[in-house]
Design a protein. Structure first.
Length: 267
């Protein structure tokens, strides 16, 4: 992770993603408060924090679904703060997923990918891209199955395939491991590393710390909308402010919130 705010506006830095002082208010509630971070091309950056910390709101701002109350979003060095989502997808090649799987239920796996390929990068070579991604994610044997008839883990994989056919420069993933088994999380980690190795920049909101430890170079930790720590997964896991946020009892947490301790499952 680079020091926030070190780049000059207008300097083209392909594949980078940067938040500069993002604040987002909902009435009297400040969901995201002056958050800055910068992710280099081909890096996987984790956004972690307890429930309600502001992670999804931050992704919504980065992906153009919500306007920030103040602050700026730069993709590839370009100020895209006021760009709507569809422009971000087409022009900045920024693609996101949501906490819940959103596939077209009446379509096959291949059709889901074909729609994404055509609506993002256009019809040229769409068919080849779809077939290539189906093979890369070992979905070719399931290509003609109705997408929503697949197991939940496979639907998540189709969702990731749909991201890849868009040939993204920057990918925002909102809890992609939610509902996956340890084995499926392991496979997801492999897919994310492959994405990173091909030069895609990934911003990953995730509660499963085994996945964060396995794939993220750097992390930003939020609590009550504010950055409370940044660094490698190992560094933030040991940070007293992070331990306090998860364990200190200031939140009334749901029992399933994972405390950030590495499990070593992915190693
Ligand atoms: N549209 C909205 N209107 C009002 N308040 C909102 C809205 N969206 C989010 N919030 C509030 O903003 C805060 C941050 O929510 P957000 O969903 O971004 O947190 P999160 O870290 O993604 O949580 P989780 O891990 O549970 O998904 C919460 O207090 C939430 O209730």
């Amino acid at each position: 992770m680079r020091t926030p705010g070190t780049r000059t506006p207008g300097t083209r830095t392909p594949g980078t993603a940067e938040a500069r002082g993002i604040t987002r208010r909902f009435g009297g509630l400040t969901a995201v408060s002056d958050v800055s971070f910068s992710v280099a091309k081909g890096e996987i950056h984790g956004i972690i924090g307890p429930n309600g910390a502001g992670k999804t709101t931050l992704l919504n701002v980065l992906s153009g679904l919500q306007r920030p109350s103040s602050g700026a979003v730069l993709i590839g060095g370009e100020d895209v703060t006021r760009w709507p989502s569809h422009r971000l997808v087409k022009r900045a090649r920024l693609v996101r997923t949501f906490q819940t799987v959103r596939l077209f239920s009446s379509m096959s796996v291949r059709q889901n990918l074909a729609i994404a390929a055509r609506t993002t990068t256009g019809p040229a070579h769409a068919r080849e891209r779809v077939e290539d991604v189906l093979a890369r994610l070992s979905l070719d044997a399931l290509a003609d199955e109705p997408a929503t008839a697949l197991s939940y883990g496979l639907q998540r994989r189709v969702e990731l395939a749909r991201v890849l056919v868009a040939d993204p420069a920057v990918v925002l993933l909102d809890e992609p491991a939610a509902g996956l088994s340890p084995q499926e999380r392991h496979e997801l980690a492999d897919m994310l590393r492959e994405m990173r190795d091909s030069g895609t920049t990934v911003i990953l909101v995730e509660h499963h710390m085994d996945l964060v430890h396995a794939v993220c170079e750097t992390c930003t930790v939020l609590d009550f909308g504010k950055v409370i720590a940044r660094g490698t997964p190992a560094e933030v896991t040991e940070d007293p402010a992070v331990l306090e946020a998860y364990l200190g009892g200031r939140h009334h947490r749901a029992a399933d919130v994972e405390i950030p301790v590495p499990t070593g499952e992915e190693d």
